[in-house]
Design a protein around this ligand. Structure first.
Ligand code: GSH
Length: 201
């Protein structure tokens, strides 16, 4: 049975698309948008969210879990560090991206377009911008020379981080120039470019 990634454009599912391509894992990509949500998809995703990844009995609905699954399955053992101490740094960056860096962005997204209109409040934007700027400062402290998220090679933490910084740019956040450079270098990778072509970007 073919593995399937259900996703939508440059949303969080893009991390998974990029990671699966980076890991060279065979899968089919199915684009989902509000108009194309079917009963079959709602069975897979009762909250009607993407990403969803299915492969035989496996069902994963968290983008970071799909990214790590791809890294673990890959023959390229450098995508997820094996050394315990380096792995701890890898986890540190991954959890930071998921809990600190992306949350203000998602707050802005929810209050701009994702929540039902009666629950959207513009007053949230200032707070979210303040939180994002604080997270950016923490990120600058975490990254050594800024070449890669962890150590001196590309890992799946770079997929999570570069995608989230790209999201920040798309939301017109005030990004540090060094983070633009980092995002550009990561997005130049062939697997990322291939993923962008797959979503027609
Ligand atoms: N925690 C999930 C978040 C998934 C999520 O919220 N996806 C958004 C797109 S980025 C979505 O499908 N939103 C549709 C909605 O909120 O109705 C993950 O990172 O995988």
């Amino acid at each position: 049975m073919t593995a399937i990634l259900y996703g939508n454009g440059q949303s969080r599912s893009f991390r998974c698309l990029w990671a699966l391509n980076e890991a060279n894992i065979p899968f089919e990509y199915q684009g989902i948008d509000r108009e194309s949500i079917s009963e079959a998809f709602i069975k897979l995703s009762p909250h009607m969210k993407v990403p969803i990844f299915t492969s035989q009995d496996l069902h994963i609905s968290e983008s970071a879990a799909i990214v790590n699954y791809a890294g673990n399955l890959s023959q390229d053992r450098s995508l997820i560090p094996a050394d315990v101490a380096v792995r701890a740094q890898y986890d540190d960056i991954c959890y930071f991206v998921m809990t600190e860096l992306e949350q203000p962005l998602w707050t802005i997204g929810k209050h701009r377009f994702a929540l039902p209109e009666e629950y959207r409040h513009e007053v949230m934007f200032d707070t979210a911008t303040f939180e994002f700027d604080k997270a950016q400062q923490a990120l600058a402290f975490k990254l050594d020379d800024g070449n890669f998220a962890v150590g001196d090679t590309f890992t799946m933490a770079d997929v999570l981080l570069a995608h989230t910084l790209n999201w920040a740019e798309r939301f017109k956040m005030n990004l540090e120039p060094a983070f633009f450079d980092y995002r550009d270098r990561m997005y130049a990778r062939p697997a990322c470019q291939q993923s962008l072509r797959q979503i027609g970007a």
